[in-house]
Write a protein that binds this ligand. Structure first.
Ligand code: NAD
Length: 265
């Protein structure tokens, strides 16, 4: 069978874990050359070594504009171009903090990585793509950017802004053949949603996982928690030429959570 991404070069930020990792693995299988970018060099280098010459690791903190610019230049000089930019790296911020407990440092960190990191990534990629026949920019928001709630307020705010940013640049960049899609994953089982900080005993971690999993499962029409592979499959389609007519959308991958009233799910 033909590979969906043969001849394409992609950058995937936050590629060492969770959704990013599953996407790196799938993209390589589908013939892409991938620059795996992450702040975690140990995990990132190990994964790149495991996947072979189609993948190169580049350490990058997406909270730093200079490092993002260098990342894009690295992809172009290493693999000869850039067709797909997946701005995926993100952090939740303090999991259980209430708004009154947050401070300016928390706001700046979460907004800096989740929103500015994706904006700068999109701009650096678009500057190249606009002069080289177009491309695809995929930003990873969240259903937390669609649904308001008491917890994770700065996270929700960063993702809501990322959704609006994505729609706006989809219009602005369309004339260059650049498509922009924003993902809104639901509850995906990754380290981000383990809710068990380092040092938690295995018994407690298991209990928390089960409790969280149960809540997630019963809260969505499809009654199963999504996997990183579920999201990677959606990213593959959106990044491929099969999605050539799709831009400016927000794509929930959430088992139906955002369809309506959770009481009736
Ligand atoms: P994860 O924690 O498994 O992976 C995140 C990766 O990003 C890690 O490898 C981490 O080292 C890297 N990273 C963190 N800060 C970074 C920085 N400053 N620069 C570069 N890399 C950095 O998390 P995940 O669940 O796979 O999340 C990936 C994206 O998906 C995030 O943007 C997250 O907000 C979004 N998302 C996740 C879920 C979910 O339920 N897991 C739901 C909706 C949206």
């Amino acid at each position: 069978m033909a590979q969906e991404l043969a001849g394409k070069v992609a950058i995937i930020t936050g590629g060492a874990s969770g959704i990013g990792r599953a996407t790196v693995e799938l993209f390589v299988k589908e013939g892409a050359k991938v620059v795996l970018a992450d702040i975690d060099a140990t995990q990132g280098e190990a994964l790149a070594a495991q996947l072979g010459t189609s993948v190169r690791f580049k350490r990058c903190d997406v909270g730093d504009a200079t490092q993002i610019q260098e990342l894009v230049e690295f992809a172009i000089s290493t693999f000869g171009g850039l067709h797909i930019m997946f701005n995926n790296a993100g952090i939740s911020g303090a999991m259980h903090a209430r708004f009154l407990d947050d401070d300016l440092k928390d706001f700046q960190k979460v907004i800096g990585i989740n929103l500015y990191g994706s904006m700068i990534g999109a701009q650096c990629a678009a500057r190249h793509m606009s002069k080289n026949g177009g491309g695809v920019i995929i930003n990873n928001a969240s259903i937390a950017g669609i649904l308001a709630g008491q917890a994770l307020i700065t996270y929700r705010t960063s993702k809501a802004a990322l959704i609006h940013f994505s729609k706006s640049i989809a219009i602005d960049l369309a004339e260059y053949g650049i498509r922009v899609i924003c993902l809104a994953p639901g509850h995906i089982r990754t380290p981000l949603t383990s809710f068990a900080p380092p040092g938690t005993s295995p018994e407690v971690a298991e209990r928390v996982k089960k409790a969280v999993g149960d809540v997630f499962d019963s809260n969505q029409p499809l009654k199963r928690q999504g996997s990183p592979e579920d999201v990677a499959n959606a990213v593959l389609f959106i990044a491929s030429d099969k999605a050539a007519q799709i831009t400016g959308i927000v794509m929930p991958i959430d088992g139906g959570i955002t369809t309506g009233d959770p009481v009736n799910h």
